[in-house]
Write a protein that binds this ligand. Structure first.
Ligand code: NAP
Ligand code: GDD
Length: 373
């Protein structure tokens, strides 16, 4: 078998070829290879760490000529290899898949901040919605899959980052894989498109393509525009004397919040199953934004009522009032469970931000400030 031919084979076929060729030829090829879009984001970093620990060779897709977040990826994920590409650019995704020859592709890239999806609805549709199509097409084209040619044994496995935001104005509670969607934002609509498309490529082409419908998950690496991090940064700044107030929107909305590090394990488990199918991933417990705020101020011994100002600027055109997962399928089929509870998560975030601000003289590098939206 020529070297060129081995390079062009899907990874799982190369694995078989490596085994047939014997240990000397095969050793480096036995390592599984993952390509992660959204590597500079919260989930990308935790997933990369998890897959590296599992022995994977991890590649991250990065966009832009001088993306400042790439430096952070290199600092905290030194073993991750980078490849250029953009979810807006079909050719770049085909090139990336051709170059990396992955066993698994995790599509985490998106415009993920819900309020931005009203301000830039078309762009959100392009990236968060059509971007899924472009990644699936890159895999399909590179694998030589068509309506008349099904994927072989060595097909690339695909994970799509679907969202509980698709449930929107919820039809039932808790929400399971069977709950109908009623998205309340252009972001939720775009995610619903990506979700259905993933299912459609599975059914049309027999691709191993699955969606994880993930509920809100947070961490000290969460973007500063999301409420959990805005609160943890705000509390830390107030405690350290840099600020007096934090301005927030709807304190009455409820979310099912978990720790991001727990959720990336579910993504990996989904691609390890014999059959592709979608899973809801969440804790099954819901808390209001107000409860989150109270708990975060409690961590530093302050009373939230002295520092929180509600500001109509942060109220959304249409709100998702309450989300709560039914993770029974993920628990029974994947054996997935959370390790970090809500109170521990909030304390972890507040403590991390106090440390960050103390060490940086009050400067949080990736914070756009409390008026980001
Ligand atoms: P995040 O921190 O906002 O990261 C988003 C990533 O998408 C960044 O790496 C960003 O890269 C990348 N990206 C944006 N536009 C792109 C483009 N045109 N081409 C290539 N990359 C692009 O999001 P996250 O919290 O890690 O979430 C990961 C995924 O899960 C997202 O799809 C999100 O919608 C979904 N999700 C998240 C949650 C949650 O609670 N965190 C829940 C359900 C679903 P740049 O550095 O280049 O901007
Ligand atoms: N961001 C933000 N800022 N949210 C606020 C604020 C504020 O000042 N005040 C109140 N909230 C409320 C929002 O109205 C919403 O009900 C709730 O806090 C959570 O907001 P976010 O943390 O921005 O998250 P999200 O639920 O809109 O979206 C996140 O979770 C989705 C999964 O359900 C994102 O990570 C999405 O990408 C993800 O799909």
């Amino acid at each position: 078998m020529s070297g060129f031919y081995v390079g062009k084979l899907p990874r799982r076929d190369r694995w078989s070829a490596a085994v047939a060729a014997g240990p000397d030829d095969g050793e480096s090829q036995l390592t599984k290879r993952a390509l992660i879009t959204g590597i500079t984001g919260q989930d990308g970093s935790y997933l990369a760490e998890h897959l590296l620990a599992e022995g994977y060779e991890v590649w991250g897709l990065v966009r832009g000529q001088a993306n400042p977040r790439v430096r952070r990826v290199r600092e905290i994920l030194g073993d991750v290899r980078l490849v250029r590409g953009d979810l807006l650019d079909q050719g770049s995704l085909i090139s990336a898949v051709e170059r990396v020859q992955p066993d698994e592709v995790y599509n985490l890239a998106a415009i993920s901040y819900v309020p931005m999806s009203w301000q830039q609805a078309e762009l959100t549709g392009e990236v968060t919605g059509l971007g899924v199509l472009r990644v699936l097409e890159a895999i399909r084209v590179c694998s030589g899959i068509s309506a008349s040619r099904s994927p072989g044994r060595g097909q690339i496995r695909f994970y799509q980052a679907s969202s509980s935001e698709m449930f929107g104005k919820v039809r039932e509670s808790p929400q399971s894989e069977q709950t109908p969607f009623h998205p309340r934002s252009p972001y939720g609509v775009a995610k619903a498109y990506g979700h259905h498309l993933t299912q459609n490529y599975r059914e049309s082409y027999g691709m191993f393509a699955v969606s994880g419908i993930l509920f809100n998950h947070e961490s000290p690496r969460r973007g500063a525009e999301f409420v959990s991090r805005k609160v943890s940064l705000g509390v830390a700044k107030i405690k350290l004397g840099y600020e007096k107030q934090v301005r927030l929107g709807n304190l009455g909305a409820s979310r099912d919040w978990g720790f991001a590090g727990d959720y990336v394990r579910a993504m990996h488990l989904m691609l390890g199953r014999d059959e592709p199918t979608d899973y809801v991933v969440g804790t099954g417990v819901t808390h209001s934004v107000g409860e989150l705020v109270e708990l975060a101020f409690d961590v530093v011994g302050l009373d939230w009522r002295d520092h929180v100002v509600t500001d109509a600027a942060f109220i959304r055109p249409a709100e998702v009032d309450q989300l709560c997962a039914n993770p029974a399928k993920a628990a029974s089929e994947l054996g997935w469970e959370t390790h970090v509870g809500f109170e521990e998560l909030v304390a972890m975030m507040v403590e991390a931000d106090q440390k960050l601000l103390s060490e940086s003289g009050g400067h949080a590098e990736d914070s756009f400030g409390p008026d980001a939206w």
